[in-house]
Design a protein around this ligand. Structure first.
Ligand SMILES: Nc1ncnc2c1ncn2[C@@H]1O[C@H](COP(=O)(O)OP(=O)(O)OP(=O)(O)O)[C@@H](O)[C@H]1O
Length: 307
């Protein structure tokens, strides 16, 4: 039996004036799953998210949250959503905890003290929650934003570029918490980004959007599959001998050749095999360099290199 999606976009279009900004997007997001919405700047990520949360009209098509139309049944649909669309506003002079209490009062349904403590734990802020937000790092503030979005136990969390402005440690931190929350709370997470590597680590599904069109949706498993092949440059001498040695068994893997190098699309295991074969046949190997993963190439091709 197919799982029921938490969020469903059905042939969604957005036109502003004569310009089509979102062109016929359909996708589903399931509970416990992180769906990455990946695309270069200006592709239409924020516009799609604004329509999902009812901040912008939909020109054509429909967006359902738990089967409630965002346009026709806004209050019911929105009650299931937690989101950080822009940087969350927090009171710097209040503690993290007092900020959460403040937001809990504004929630559509009663939020218990237990729930506040639960979300604090979920985002790993137990130790700092009584400190003033002014003393928090950006990563901690982002996590507090996550806690705020989770207060009313939503079933869909929508995050627009949640790692923007964070340093690598902060990115790792937020990424791990997003995965943890999705799995522990059986939450559907819809997260946008223009960073491929980040999406690969954070998501279960990745949809690539370009010029308002959804051009591919793949599970990360499939992505990793296509990523396991790399374009590798072997710097060798003498080149004629290397070509002879590698030609027969690996002919189909060779993608290019220069005066002192051979480029090949290979798996991880191939690299060691090829190196051994060359050395055993008296070819000197000076360097083995990974040029780019095939997935990165695919993404750059799709997006015209506009990361
Ligand atoms: N109000 C508007 N009027 C006209 N064009 C708009 C409007 N809002 C957005 N656009 C255009 O729609 C396209 C998509 O914008 P959007 O902000 O959704 O992209 P994005 O993928 O979120 O990019 P970014 O990562 O830069 O925010 C852009 O080309 C933008 O210029």
């Amino acid at each position: 039996m197919e799982k029921t999606p938490v969020a469903e976009l059905i042939n969604v279009k957005k036109r502003i004036g004569k310009t089509t900004i979102i062109d016929d997007i359909s996708l589903k997001v399931y509970p416990g799953e992180v769906f990455g919405f990946l695309g270069p700047n200006g592709a239409g990520k924020t516009t799609t998210i604004r329509m999902m949360v009812g901040l912008m009209d939909i020109t054509e098509g429909e967006i359902l949250i738990h089967n409630n139309s965002v346009e026709k049944n806004f209050e019911k649909a929105i009650a299931h959503i937690g989101g950080i669309i822009e940087n969350p506003e927090m009171y710097k002079f209040l503690s993290g905890y007092d900020n959460l209490v403040h937001y809990a009062r504004m929630a559509p349904e009663k939020v218990t003290k237990e729930r506040i403590l639960e979300v604090v734990k979920l985002v790993g802020l137990e130790k700092n929650i009584k400190n003033k937000v002014g003393s928090y790092s950006l990563g901690m503030r982002q996590r507090l934003g996550l806690a705020q979005a989770l207060l009313h136990s939503p079933s869909l969390l929508i995050l627009d570029e949640p790692t923007n402005g964070l340093d690598p440690a902060g990115i790792r931190e937020i990424r791990n918490y997003i995965r943890k929350i999705a799995h522990e709370e059986n939450l559907a997470v819809f997260v946008s980004s223009h960073l491929l590597a980040e999406m690969q680590r954070m998501c279960d599904q990745i949809g690539i959007i370009q010029n308002g069109k959804l051009i591919s949706v793949e599970s990360v498993g499939d992505f990793v599959g296509s990523c396991s092949k790399k374009n590798v440059r072997f710097q060798v001498s003498p080149i004629s001998e290397a070509v002879k040695v590698l030609g027969a068994p690996y002919d189909s893997l060779i993608t290019g050749q220069g005066d002192d190098y051979i480029d090949m699309t290979v798996s991880h295991e191939h690299i060691a095999e090829i190196n051994k074969l060359l050395v055993l046949n008296d070819v000197d190997v000076y360097s083995i360099v990974t040029l780019q993963s095939t997935l990165e190439e695919k993404f750059l091709e799709i997006t015209g290199g506009g990361q």
